[in-house]
Structure formats: C-alpha cells, structure tokens
Design a protein around this ligand. Structure first.
Ligand code: FES
Ligand code: FES
Length: 158
C-alpha cells in the first residue's frame, strides 16, 4: 500500500498541509481532511461539475484530481468566494434570482461562473451557457442561474 505524503496547498488564501495517500481524490481531501464540505460530489466521474474548484487559475473537477497532482497548488473553493461576512456578488445574485433550489450544484456553479466572469467580464447569454456547460443542474432549468450571472456581469445588484 502506498505511503501517505505531506500535501501542501494554498486553499482560499491559507497555507494548508495534510497527510494523505497520493491517489486520494482532491474532492475527498477537501471535504474529509480539510473539512471544506461546500464542494460537492455528484457523479464522481467528471460529468456533473458539482465538485468544481479553481486550481492554479483554471477550473477543474476535483473528483478527477489525485492529491499528488495538486501538490503545491493554489485552490479556490466556494468557501473562499465571500469576503468575511460579505457574500460574493454571484452568491447574492443567485439568492435574489432563486438560482439555487436544492443547492447541490450551486458551489460548482458559483466557481464556474466566477471563472467565466474573470475570463469574459461581459458575457452574452450564449457565453454564459457555454461557460456553465460543464455544470449540471437538475432543479432550476438554468434560466435563473443565467439571469443571476447576467445581473452580476451587468453590474446590477440583483
Ligand atoms: S462529482 Fe466531479 S464532475 Fe461530478
Ligand atoms: S439547484 Fe438543485 S441541482 Fe441545481
């Protein structure tokens, strides 16, 4: 059996170190070892986007990343979006537009939307849908999610 490694990460701006097996999945390291349970696991196969996080500047499905591949990386999870008690504009917009129903897809959606707006600050509807195409939602029909992202892109409070 493989020996554990000391995995060093920067998570939401904080240096973290944790002993894990090299092939442990990053989603499990986040949820079980680091207790950051905002990131969800849906399919476990890279299809649903529930486990989306940002890793070294690009979004990834954390269910597909072995711990060893994340050694030294800089991660953003949904817990890192708010500033203190102040929610991120996307979190407020999802709330105002009812973009979250059961909420299971929401952490991954928020990270994907944040990444989209970082790359493309004024997306049209097609670009929003394309930017979120790796994230599945079973509840909303996507319209309210798209509305929320559009509101933030247009600088509307809601
Ligand atoms: S749980 Fe990772 S993509 Fe579905
Ligand atoms: S809000 Fe339920 S899966 Fe998206």
């Amino acid at each position: 059996m493989a020996e554990k490694i000391l995995l060093r990460l920067t998570v939401n701006g904080e240096p973290r170190a944790v002993e894990v097996f090299p092939m442990a999945r990053l989603v499990d390291v986040l949820r079980e070892d680091l207790k950051l349970t905002g990131t969800k696991e849906g399919c476990g196969e890279g299809e649903c986007g529930a486990c989306t996080i940002r890793m070294d500047g690009r979004i990834v499905n954390s269910c597909l990343i072995p711990a060893i591949q994340a050694q030294g990386s800089v991660l953003l999870t949904v817990e890192g979006l708010a500033t203190g008690e102040e929610p991120h504009a996307l979190q407020s917009a999802f709330h105002h537009h009812n973009g979250a129903q059961c909420g299971f897809c929401t952490p991954g959606m928020l990270i994907a939307a944040e990444d989209l707006l970082r790359r493309c600050p004024n997306p049209d509807e097609a670009q929003i849908r394309e930017g979120l195409s790796g994230n599945l939602c079973r509840c909303t029909g996507y319209v309210k999610i798209v509305d929320a992202v559009k509101a933030v892109a247009e600088g509307r409070p809601a």
